[in-house]
Design a protein around this ligand. Structure first.
Ligand SMILES: C[S@@+](CC[C@H](N)C(=O)[O-])C[C@H]1O[C@@H](n2cnc3c(N)ncnc32)[C@H](O)[C@@H]1O
Length: 424
C-alpha cells in the first residue's frame, strides 16, 4: 500500500478481470477506481498481477504473476529470448489472431483519440498481415555482453540475454552472429541481403557503456552521431531488390525490417498514390531512403514526369543515385526535409515515410503549402502518425484509406499507411 492512498502500491499483488487491449502491447484493467496497465496479459483474461509502479495517482503499472483464466489465444511463448526475460517480443504469448486484434485496436484508438479522425475512418481501418509472423527480420542490431557474446537487451533494465535466441530474425542471421565472439560492449549489425548474402558488422562500444543502464546509453547515443560499424563478414553494401530494381544499401543503412516489407509497402504506397491522384505529373518521396517508393511510383503512374527523393543520409542518397542513374524522372535531394520543401518543384502527390517521431507541425505545414492533390503517409509509430494525419485533416485533407500493415510479428509494433486527398 502507498502511504497516501488506500489502494495498492508497488510490490502488491492485485487480481484483475475483464482486461481490454490498450496501446503498446499493454492490457488495461481497473482496480479500486484506478486504471491498471498490465504487461504480459491478453484481452478478457483474469490475472493476478504485481504492481511495479505506483507513482501516478491516476494509474498503476503491473506485470502478470499468474494467469487465472487464460484467453483461448494464449500460447506458450514463441520467442525463447522473451521467455528468458528479453524485451524483444512483447506479444510472444499471443497467437497471431489476437496479436493482430491488439495492434488494430491500438491503431483505431490513436486515430480517434489523438488524430480526432471521423468515426467512419477509424472503423474503416484495414489490416494487411505480412507472413511470416516469426523469423521475418532481415536486419537486426544486437548488444554484446561483457564476455563478448551477442544477444538481446533484457526487458526494462541493463544486461543482455545471450542463451536464448529471439524469434524475429531470419534463422541464419542468428546462427551467423552466434558463431563469432565480439568486442565486449559493442553492437552487432547483422543483415541478410536479397541475394542470400550475410553481412556482419560491429559498432565500437560507447564510452562508459559497460555496466551502464540501457536508458543511459540510449540518452548518450541520442546526443552524438552513431559510429559507422566495421564490417567483419560480407561486404559493406547489401543487395536489395524491389520491382526489378536493385540497390546496394550500406550495411547500417535503412531498409524495411520484414523480409517482405519493402515489396509490400511499395505496392501499397504506389496503389494509394495512383488511386488518390491519377495522372499525377510530379511527386515527392520525403524521407525517401534509397528511393524505393520513388521507383514504385514511376512504375505505377506512367504520367509521372518528375519525382524528388528527399533524404538526409548521404550514403542512402549515393545508393539511390546509383540505382536511378539514367532515369531522368527521379532526382535525389540530400538534406533535411523541412528546409528543402520550399525549393522543390510543386508536387501532385507527396509520399512521406518519416522516422518514429513523425512529420510534426512544421513539415505538415510545408507539405500543405505546396498544395498536393494527395498525400500518402507511412508511419511506424501509430500515435505520431495519428497526430500527423489529424494535422493534415485540419488543413484541408480528408482520409481516403488507412491500412495497418502488420509487419512486426510477436510485438505490438505496426505500421500505419494512409492516403489523403485535398478537399479543395
Ligand atoms: C523510415 S525510413 C524510410 C526510408 C524509405 N522510405 C524506405 O522505405 O526505405 C526514414 C528515412 O528518413 C531519413 N531521415 C530522417 N530524418 C530525416 C530528415 N529530417 N530529413 C530527411 N530525411 C530524414 C532516414 O535517414 C531514413 O532513411
Amino acid at each position: 500500500m502507498t502511504a497516501e492512498s488506500a489502494g495498492p502500491g508497488a510490490g502488491d499483488l492485485v487480481e484483475l478481470s475483464g482486461l481490454r487491449a490498450g496501446n503498446g502491447g499493454v492490457m488495461v484493467g481497473r482496480h479500486d477506481g484506478r486504471v491498471v496497465f498490465v504487461r504480459g496479459a491478453l484481452p478478457g483474461e483474469r490475472v493476478r498481477v504485481r504492481v511495479v509502479d505506483d507513482r501516478r495517482s491516476s494509474y498503476l503499472t503491473a506485470t502478470v504473476v499468474d494467469v487465472l483464466d487464460a484467453s483461448p489465444h494464449r500460447v506458450t511463448d514463441r520467442c525463447p529470448a522473451a521467455a528468458a526475460g528479453a524485451g524483444c517480443c512483447d506479444l510472444a504469448h499471443a497467437d497471431d489472431t489476437v496479436a493482430a486484434d491488439i495492434r488494430l485496436t491500438a491503431v483505431r484508438d490513436v486515430l480517434a483519440r489523438i488524430g480526432k479522425l471521423p468515426d467512419a475512418v477509424v472503423a474503416g481501418v484495414q489490416m494487411q498481415v505480412l507472413a511470416p509472423t516469426s523469423h521475418y527480420r532481415t536486419r537486426v542490431r544486437m548488444p554484446v555482453d561483457g564476455a563478448g557474446v551477442a544477444g538481446v537487451h533484457v526487458r526494462a533494465g541493463s544486461g543482455v540475454v545471450t542463451d536464448a535466441p529471439c524469434a524475429q530474425p531470419v534463422p541464419d542471421l542468428v546462427e551467423a552472429v552466434g558463431r563469432r565472439s565480439w568486442t565486449p560492449g559493442a553492437e552487432v549489425v547483422a543483415v541478410h541481403g536479397d541475394d542470400g548474402g550475410i553481412h556482419l558488422a560491429e559498432r565500437a562500444p560507447e564510452a562508459g557503456r559497460r555496466g551502464s543502464s540501457r536508458a543511459r546509453s540510449q540518452r548518450a547515443r541520442s546526443r552524438r552521431p552513431r559510429l559507422t560499424p566495421r564490417t567483419v563478414a560480407g561486404g559493406d553494401h547489401v543487395t536489395r531488390r524491389v520491382g526489378g530494381r536493385e540497390w546496394a544499401v550500406p550495411v547500417a543503412g535503412f531498409w524495411q525490417a520484414h523480409v517482405r516489407g519493402a515489396d509490400a509497402y511499395s505496392a501499397l504506397v504506389a496503389q494509394m498514390a495512383r488511386d488518390a491522384a491519377p495522372d499525377s505529373r510530379s511527386a515527392w518521396d520525403l524521407y525517401g531512403g534509397v528511393g524505393v517508393f520513388a521507383g514504385s511510383l514511376v512504375d505505377a503512374l506512367p504520367s509521372l514526369e518528375h519525382v524528388t527523393v528527399v533524404e538526409s543520409d548521404a550514403d542512402a542518397v549515393a545508393a539511390a543515385r546509383e540505382t536511378f542513374a539514367g532515369d531522368d524522372r527521379i532526382a535525389c535531394y540530400r538534406g533535411p526535409v523541412g528546409p528543402a520543401l520550399g525549393s522543390l518543384p510543386g508536387p501532385d502527390v507527396v509520399v512521406t515515410d518519416p522516422p518514429r517521431s513523425g512529420l510534426g507541425a512544421d513539415v505538415v505545414a510545408g507539405i500543405v503549402s505546396a498544395r498536393p492533390r494527395a498525400v500518402v503517409h507511412v508511419g511506424c509509430d501509430p500515435a505520431a502518425a495519428a497526430r500527423d494525419l489529424g494535422l493534415l485533416v485540419r488543413q484541408g485533407y480528408e482520409v481516403e484509406r488507412v491500412v495497418a500493415v502488420d509487419a512486426f510479428g510477436l510485438t505490438h509494433h505496426v505500421e500505419v499507411v494512409a492516403a489523403l486527398v485535398s478537399v479543395d
